[in-house]
Design a protein around this ligand. Structure first.
Ligand code: FAD
Ligand code: NAI
Length: 464
């Protein structure tokens, strides 16, 4: 039996980051991980492999659609799907191996296997019981199925994102259930690879929770890229043969029933916390009705000495949210003041163009009765964006009408996922739109579009 200041259960972005911060703060730390490799959902079957495939297929799109115009002639590249998956696996391997290196560097023990908590202060891995003054649960999440529908996920024909990242061949017809982040990112991957992609979404719009201009703008762009959408449709069943599937859905407006044939069906209807096998019920750890571990503002559960972070608790299921909570919980355990500003957590969708969002949407501000102004700037007015065939999209900045303080920002456009951080930093410092507008931005950069949107909150954008 070994004894630790902290044992973290789960080595995803929440758990591994938390462990590193614990070690940096002088706490003797171990991490329990049941997977063969570190990095959790994000590095193994989430953020990283999906971005590798998005990059590869975006490059294909560039070669097929934009190279000739730039004077780059010749045959378009053909797709070697097995090699593309090898590239993806290599990227994953470099990243998961990197975490192993960081564990060694920070003297963090990896307790290999699935952990449970027989009692507060103890973690069982295999037959061994380890002592821990503090336990941080970072057990993450798993894919949900389709609520109220007759759907069996076999990860061959009917797949979650995990199966979709590793299909044996590129499907001719892919039906995606759910127009959220996973559906649109992986739908884009396969559309670029030549699949006929049809997205069926329960709501009347895509990307729930995002600003309405983003929802409408992105839908238009993705339709132009060849993805088909049926909105306001509830899937009732998915039937499969050995090689095919039939998806039945009802349109909510008139209850009419329709069917779609598919080679593969991707179920992308959200994720739910994964806490199986931890023994939380016996410990009396309080859970929400949605299966999330309940915590206070310092990530403490109701059982002393047990903390929880990341996808397993409330809030957006995002790697960077899990990381921030991981660092903050470590600081709380070390007697410091861990803090996460949940009002400034960016969300990014890695389609082309990218989508990025932080702070309030217009709908939220209206609901809260906040008087606001809108500064909007199209990437068509941004020289750099036009030079790289990415003039689609806009920056929309929302600022308080009276004080000019930035309240939110919503971007569709090139490198939107990087541009948003200028606004995140601004919001953390309580910046006004004028602060951004008065800051010199290098030319020609995409970031000038952010400045122009800020100028549009005042006396007007220059290039519009
Ligand atoms: P996880 O990453 O899920 O890690 C939990 C780990 O705990 C797992 O490795 C699991 O094996 C382990 N574990 C669980 N129980 C036990 C136990 N009892 N004993 C031992 N080990 C255990 N987020 C973004 O911010 N950006 C993106 O681009 C992005 N892309 C995504 C793409 C896909 C396809 C998916 C599915 C998700 C994506 N996400 C993205 C979400 C992101 O992956 C999660 O928000 C993030 O991984 C949550 O981190 P976590 O540490 O809470 O949990
Ligand atoms: P999601 O919550 O983003 O989207 C699910 C979609 O499915 C919603 O639009 C919902 O209305 C729809 N839906 C639900 N039930 C349905 C039904 N019966 N029929 C049709 N549509 C239905 O969930 P998603 O895309 O599965 O992603 C899970 C999590 O992973 C998200 O919380 C997201 O934050 C995270 N993620 C983040 C990424 C990023 O940051 N770039 C990338 C991928 C995932």
């Amino acid at each position: 039996m070994a004894s630790y200041d902290v044992i973290v259960i789960g080595a995803g972005p929440g758990g591994y980051v938390s462990a590193i911060r614990c070690a940096q703060l002088g706490l003797k730390t171990a991490v329990v991980e049941g997977r063969e490799t570190l990095g959790g959902t994000c590095l193994n079957v989430g953020c990283i492999p999906s971005k590798a495939l998005l990059h590869a297929t975006h490059s294909l799109h560039e070669a097929e659609h934009n190279f000739a115009e730039m004077g780059l002639k010749g045959k378009s590249p053909s797709v070697d799907w097995d090699q593309m998956k090898t590239y993806k696996s290599n990227v994953v391997g470099q990243n998961t191996g990197g975490i192993e290196f960081l564990f060694k560097k920070n003297k963090i023990d990896w307790l290999k296997g699935w952990g449970s908590i027989p009692e507060a202060g103890k973690v069982k891995v295999g037959d061994e019981i380890h002592e821990a003054k503090n336990i941080i649960i970072a057990s993450g999440s798993e894919a949900s199925s389709v609520p109220g529908a007759d759907v069996t996920i076999d990860e061959k024909i009917v797949v979650t994102s995990t199966g979709a990242l590793d299909l044996p061949k590129i499907p001719k017809k892919l039906v995606v259930i759910g127009a959220g982040v996973i559906g649109l990112e992986l739908g884009s991957v396969y559309a670029r690879l030549g699949s006929q992609v049809h997205v069926v979404e329960f709501l009347d719009h895509i990307t729930p929770g995002m600003d309405v201009d983003v929802q409408k703008g992105l839908l238009k762009i993705l339709k132009k890229q060849g993805l088909e959408f049926t909105l306001g449709a509830a899937v009732s069943k998915v039937e499969t043969t050995k090689t095919k599937a039939k998806v039945t859905y009802k349109l909510r407006k008139d209850d009419s029933e329709h069917q779609l044939d598919a080679d593969v069906v991707l179920v992308a209807t959200g994720r739910k916390p994964f806490t199986d096998g931890l023994g939380l019920e016996a410990l009396g750890v309080e859970m929400s009705p949605r299966g999330q571990i309940k915590t206070d503002s310092q990530w403490r559960t109701n059982v002393p000495g047990i903390y929880a972070i990341g996808d397993a608790i409330d809030g957006p299921m995002l790697a960077h949210k899990a990381e921030d909570e991981g660092m903050a919980a470590a600081e709380v355990i070390a007697g410091k003041h861990g803090h996460v500003n949940y009002d400034v957590i960016p969300g990014v969708i890695y389609t082309t163009p990218e989508v990025a969002s932080v702070g309030k949407t217009e709908a939220q501000l209206k609901e809260e009765g906040v008087a606001y102004k809108v500064g909007k700037f199209s990437f068509m007015g941004n020289a750099r964006a036009k030079a790289v065939h990415q003039g689609e999209g806009f920056v929309k900045l929302l600022a308080d009408k009276a004080t000019d303080r930035i309240l939110g920002c919503h971007i569709i456009g090139p490198a939107a996922g990087d541009l948003i951080h200028e606004i995140c930093v601004g919001m953390e410092f309580g910046a006004s739109a004028e602060d951004i507008a008065l800051t010199c931005h290098a030319h020609p950069t995409f970031s000038e579009a952010v400045r122009e949107a800020a100028l549009a909150c005042g006396d007007g954008a220059i290039h519009m």
